[in-house]
Design a protein around this ligand. Structure first.
Ligand SMILES: [Zn+2]
Length: 590
């Protein structure tokens, strides 16, 4: 994590959850809590509850919950780091510099943002004035309406050193402008980096301008020119239009190649669209995308370069855990042209008929292959095996091997054998090996279900509030027995905090997790603090709950051992279970 826990705690304390949420929905005091209509699901009577005391929210209707960071992440569709920045800005809190850019002071970055904001304004006004006419006619030709030009802040970069002169008058030195990527140094002094270009400001996810893309109007090279990497602009992490696309809160984002594609789709009403910027789509892009959506549709140009770019993006998207589809628009060279010619409705239809990503890859490998030729058939089968063997799960590999063999008339057995060879198997039937990363078991499974998760929840919230209990629990239980890596991590974090003698605020434990779904899981565990008549009652209940968790854990291990035919382990585990029944767990009230 980039910011220290101290900073995060400062921000949580500075941003009262009731105040923050009141900025989005109406809340009414009801007993100890505040209630309102849940912003995350449709409802008529309020089941969304906010606790000022514990600084957590929870919806009894849809189950969303968390602390003030979780709320902002969900509401604004922000990553954790973005939520930190947002909440810091809200209370004028100066965030410490992060380790990622030690050499540049935050003042200098701030100044760069200012220079870019001035530059964007300057370019925009130029576009609206007579000198911007060439660029304006291009936009009119592309039928971009003024409201969209304004929304995307399109501008015109004239000639010579117009911008440099303008920014000098605002007090920006030449050296700084060069560093910021707005000016160049030549033999006859400083001049503008962008000249004779239609300008596209590039916004970060917070909506601040971090760079420009410039399209040449008229003759000249290169056709597109981007800002260089600067302290505020990292191309491998910036996606054009993510600032607007995230606001749609759509679980699918469409990935296109260029600025004009993005803007054309946006104007046509398809707003969940982003583009990588004059650079290949990277693993970082994929990871960033995953924070905002579950599925990606690749809508690239249909030429060879576009196909290659799609093939290169797929492995990154797949590793990031995104669902992937590929949309092919054969009758136009790019999405913008397609909309001009066939209209947005036709494009929407194309998008909903997108190819499965494995099919797309196999189909591309199939291009120009004559299946009646033995050598070509072999080449194609090998290429297909390579594509399918890159999939993580044996179930996926099995299904795709069957479907692709059928669809493209390959010998299914030969394809599967080839996959086995690539995966290092021996080519026999057992080519479907265990997954490389076996998924983490979910705790609300058949072993106890509701009772189990309630037990976990009571144990965790008691640990946070009761130091004596916390000291004794390690004698009986480890976090692994929760069968959930996140809850197990919470277990260790509470222990550690209690150990340091710090007061443990559930909302702070929640914030030590970076992802909203994890935060939600933890805060759900804290949502109903157990209430008991007295300490004795409490400890009796906890004894049951710890026993329940332990026996569910043992049952899971025994089920595994049975499946693996591990007789030795089974014998050991059943002894452990007997012990659990006879050796009573007991907590002492100190
Ligand atoms: Zn809800």
């Amino acid at each position: 994590m980039v910011y220290s826990q101290d900073v995060i705690e400062d921000l949580r304390q500075g941003n009262d959850i009731v105040e923050v949420i009141s900025g989005y929905i109406a809340l009414r005091q009801s007993g100890a809590n505040h209630m309102g209509l849940c912003p995350f699901h449709r409802e008529r009577s309020p089941s969304f509850s906010v606790s000022a005391h514990r600084q957590l929210f929870h919806c009894f209707g849809c189950g969303e919950g968390g602390n003030v960071f979780t709320f902002i992440m969900k509401m604004e569709n922000f990553s954790f780091v973005d939520a930190i920045k947002f909440l810091a800005e809200r209370i004028n809190y100066r965030l410490p510099q992060t380790a990622s850019a030690p050499s540049v002071s935050s003042e200098e970055k701030e100044r760069m943002h200012q220079a870019y904001a001035f530059a964007a304004r300057f370019y925009y006004e130029n576009l609206q004035a007579p000198p911007g006419q060439p660029a304006m006619s291009y936009l009119e030709h592309r039928r971009l309406i003024p409201a969209i030009q304004r929304k995307f802040g399109l501008g015109w970069a004239g000639s010579g050193s117009d911008l440099r002169d303008h920014l000098s008058s605002k007090g920006f030195a030449d050296g700084f402008l060069v560093k910021a990527g707005l000016a160049m140094e030549g033999s006859r002094g400083h001049y503008d980096r962008f000249r004779g270009r239609l300008m596209f400001p590039i916004f970060d996810v917070q909506g601040k301008i971090v760079g420009f893309g410039g399209r040449i109007i008229g003759d000249g090279e290169p056709k597109y020119l981007n800002s260089p990497e600067t302290p505020i602009f990292d191309k491998s992490r910036t996606l054009y239009n993510l600032n607007y696309a995230r606001q749609t809160k759509k679980q699918t984002l469409i990935l296109v190649e260029g600025y004009m594609d993005v803007i054309a789709l946006y104007q046509a009403g398809i707003k969940n669209v982003v583009a990588a910027l004059g650079t290949a789509f990277t693993a970082n892009h994929a990871r960033i995308l995953k924070r905002y959506c579950n599925d990606a549709v690749l809508l690239f140009d249909t030429d060879e370069a576009g196909t290659k770019a799609a093939l290169r993006a797929i492995p990154h998207l797949y590793s990031a855990g995104l669902g992937i589809k590929v949309c092919r628009i054969e009758s136009a060279k790019d999405p913008d042209d397609y909309i001009q010619e066939f209209g947005v409705q036709a494009l929407a239809e194309q998008l909903s008929n997108s190819y499965d990503f494995v099919d797309f890859q196999v189909q591309t490998a199939n291009k120009g292959i004559d299946m009646s030729q033995t050598s070509q058939r072999i080449t194609f089968t090998k290429a297909s095996a390579k594509i399918i063997s890159a999939l993580n799960s044996p179930v996926e590999r099995e299904a795709y091997a069957r479907d692709m063999a059928h669809k493209y008339r390959m010998d299914e057995g030969a394809l599967k054998e080839e996959i086995a060879v690539i995966l290092g198997g021996d080519g026999s039937e057992d080519y479907i090996e265990a997954p490389r990363n076996s998924p983490i078991a979910v705790y609300d499974n058949k072993q106890g279900g509701q009772a189990f998760s309630e037990a976990v929840s009571h144990i965790l919230s008691t640990m946070a509030s009761d130091k004596d209990f916390c000291k004794q629990i390690t004698k009986y239980l480890t976090g692994e027995e929760f069968a959930d890596s996140i809850l197990s991590e919470a277990f260790s974090k509470i222990l550690l905090a209690q150990d340091k003698g710090k007061e443990v605020a559930p909302a702070d434990i929640v914030t030590t997790f970076e992802y909203a779904e994890d935060q939600q899981k933890i805060s759900r565990a804290f949502v109903k603090p157990p209430e008991y008549e007295d300490t004795k009652d409490k400890y009796i209940a906890l004894t049951h709950q710890v026993t329940l968790v332990k026996s569910a854990h043992l049952a899971r291990l025994m089920a595994d051992a049975t499946q693996n035919g591990d007789v030795e382990a089974l014998a050991r585990l059943s002894i452990e279970r007997k012990n659990l029944e006879t050796h009573k767990i007991s907590f002492l009230a100190v």
